[in-house]
Design a protein around this ligand. Structure first.
Ligand code: 6PG
Length: 262
């Protein structure tokens, strides 16, 4: 048995920014030492905004974000045009990419191929090919290992576009999966599979607000909650997972949280 996931709690959502920044920078620096590139998978939802704030506001701490060494992938994406209001690419672009000062360089970004908006299976296959070309060309791997995955947690315990009870959770081979009936709109999406989402060298979850407290109690304190997608990632990845939450999100959670800075 490894060590359990880390749960870092802060009074408010704004107060978690310096620790999230320190966590991302540590993952970045380790990755750059290992292979001179930093491969990150990001979710949609509230995460891109929190991430943008953590990384772009230098009052959140020291250390250099080497955006020119970043390769950004989407942990899940909606099958919509890249400028659509539901697009995770658009969200990440608006909250982070467009705000990076020119002198900090630009990440290489891997969006979905919008040629396949009407065929999510093909879109997932193509995105998997993109991952193969980046990850597997250099070392032959069973699953791609992101240096960092930054994920959200839905009030039902979903993460990426892996929803509770979905047959997609049983996938063991594919790296990227299509979904046509997402309970959270829009219905058509692609998502990293559970094996990929739980193999990040580091995995950071951000969950804030009292709307998350019931699911957080389940995930951290109950056996059933460990079967939810976020709970499964906790179980597989153990201490490679760090949660960044505010106090309202863990009200009533018994699992020990470290309060204050990282
Ligand atoms: C998506 C997201 C999704 C999100 C969670 C949490 O594209 O729908 O990737 O998995 O991360 O629903 O969203 P919030 O952080 O907004 O609660």
């Amino acid at each position: 048995m490894g060590k359990p996931p880390n749960l870092y709690a802060f009074q408010t959502a704004d107060e978690l920014a310096p620790s999230l920044r320190a966590f991302v920078l540590d993952a970045q620096n380790n990755a750059l030492d290992r292979h001179n590139v930093f491969r990150v998978g990001v979710s949609g939802g509230s995460l891109p905004k929190v991430l943008g704030k953590a990384l772009l506001d230098t009052s959140n701490g020291e250390g250099k974000v080497q955006f020119d060494k970043w390769e950004v992938f989407f942990a899940d994406e909606r099958a919509v045009p890249l400028d659509h209001e539901d697009s995770n690419y658009r969200l990440v672009k608006e909250e982070l990419l467009d705000k990076i000062p020119a002198e900090q360089g630009r990440p290489t970004v891997y969006p979905i191929d919008v040629k396949y908006l009407d065929d999510v299976q093909e879109m997932a296959d193509q995105y998997e090919q993109t991952l193969v070309s980046v990850f597997a060309a250099r070392d032959s791997v069973r699953v791609p290992m992101f240096d960092l995955l930054l994920l959200g947690c839905g009030p039902d315990g979903h993460t990426c576009s892996l929803f509770p009870g979905s047959p997609l959770l049983r996938e063991t081979d594919a790296w990227v999966l299509p979904i046509s009936d997402s309970p959270k709109p829009p219905p058509k999406r692609i998502t990293l599979s559970l094996p990929v989402a739980s193999h990040g060298i580091r995995i950071g979850f951000v969950a804030t607000g009292e709307g998350k407290k019931e699911v957080m109690k389940q995930i951290f304190d109950t056996e059933e909650g460990r079967q939810l997608p976020c709970g499964l990632i906790n179980t597989f990845a153990q201490e490679r997972v760090s949660w960044f939450v505010d106090y309202p999100a863990i009200e009533g959670v018994s699992f020990p949280a470290r309060r204050g800075s990282l």
